[in-house]
Design a protein around this ligand. Sequence first.
Ligand code: HEM
Ligand SMILES: *[C@@H]1O[C@H](CO)[C@@H](O)[C@H](O)[C@H]1NC(C)=O
Ligand SMILES: *[C@@H]1O[C@H](CO)[C@@H](O)[C@H](O)[C@H]1NC(C)=O
Ligand SMILES: *[C@@H]1O[C@H](CO)[C@@H](O)[C@H](O)[C@H]1NC(C)=O
Ligand SMILES: *[C@@H]1O[C@H](CO)[C@@H](O)[C@H](O)[C@H]1NC(C)=O
Length: 323
Amino acid sequence: MASLYSCSLAPTIAFVAWLFLLLVGMSSAQLSTNFYSTSCPNVLSTIKSAVDSAVSNEARMGASLLRLHFHDCFVNGCDASVLLDDTANFTGEKTARPNNNSLRGFDVIDTIKTQVETLCARTVSCADILAVAARDSVVALGGPSWNVLLGRRDSTTASLSAANSNIPGPQLNLSALLTAFSNKNLNARDMVALSGSHTIGQAKCSSFRARLYNENNINSSFATSLRANCPSSGGNDNLSPLDTTSPTTFDNAYYKNLQSLKGLLHSDQQLFSGGSTNAQVNTYSSNSATFFTDFANAMVKMGNLSPLTGTSGQIRTNCRKTN
Ligand code: HEM
Ligand SMILES: *[C@@H]1O[C@H](CO)[C@@H](O)[C@H](O)[C@H]1NC(C)=O
Ligand SMILES: *[C@@H]1O[C@H](CO)[C@@H](O)[C@H](O)[C@H]1NC(C)=O
Ligand SMILES: *[C@@H]1O[C@H](CO)[C@@H](O)[C@H](O)[C@H]1NC(C)=O
Ligand SMILES: *[C@@H]1O[C@H](CO)[C@@H](O)[C@H](O)[C@H]1NC(C)=O
């Protein structure tokens, strides 16, 4: 009886064991911090040196590289789709409304990719380079560090229409911003933390003109000084820092600015306009360690958006085109 019982159970045990191994196998297809530790052990130090050099050459480049990763991840996942150039028979994302004539840093990514291909040919994806360069940029400008999960592969496709619809624009109100992030499984806390990226970098007059001339919840001395460089017509490409207080330092000044109605973009000030995110802004404004911890966690979460892994996609040799 006992042996009959164990006999009938054996296939079940084998099935459970097989299922366990399958799940372990599946989890190894996920991202990991040590993905290149044997295939390209020096890749992280190579990327870091290149980012440090680009940022010391021009501090704003740190902001531009951080934004590239965001605009990659929000469009069909972190797959380097944002880096593909348009050609006669291929339409990429570079001319999408949020990107056209605004995204920058492509040359720095090319430089890094060339160095990394010399170090380890056909091994490190452009999508992973973007994720690491974003982290190294934040660190170079004084912000928090985090372990970047690796093992993303590169797309062979891009989507202009998804870039136009998924990347939030500066005209959005709080509820639309929350929706844009929740569409990417990022919650309100993540949204407020990630928006702290606007503690660095610049925006064009065309991105914030309406706020200067049509809105009431803006600090009047701040508005007056900005109008000088952003007239009611013309000067579309004139730049202003997103954080006037400390534009090349990754700190919590962005949130302090919001409290004194000095958010540059309409969307920035929406985070502190009496709505559900006011409390989070107050927390980050008074506690930069909490902001740094939440920011780092949210960056890891954003970096996990629908990666291509295993044998999906490819490792591009040139980030601007498919192999
Ligand atoms: C919350 C919704 C967001 C909106 C509406 C938004 C919108 C914008 C706009 C309009 C600009 C200026 C573009 C220009 O005038 O050329 C900008 C710049 C920037 N954004 Fe955002 N953004 C958002 C979230 C984020 C996130 C999540 C990140 C990064 C994780 C980010 C990083 C940056 C950086 C670093 C810059 C400056 C780039 C540079 O100087 O080259 N933004 N953003
Ligand atoms: C696109 O055009 C190039 C030449 O400009 C050609 O080499 C390539 O095969 C074409 N790709 C497709 C998918 O048609
Ligand atoms: C992109 O920007 C350029 C100017 O840099 C402009 O000539 C072109 O029409 C824009 N394209 C789109 C699709 O908006
Ligand atoms: C926010 O914007 C959306 C889309 O434009 C609009 O439908 C909604 O009514 C706005 N919500 C508020 C509270 O203004
Ligand atoms: C506007 O900015 C000035 C100068 O920085 C500051 O003293 C004032 O408190 C701000 N106003 C508001 C309403 O926060």
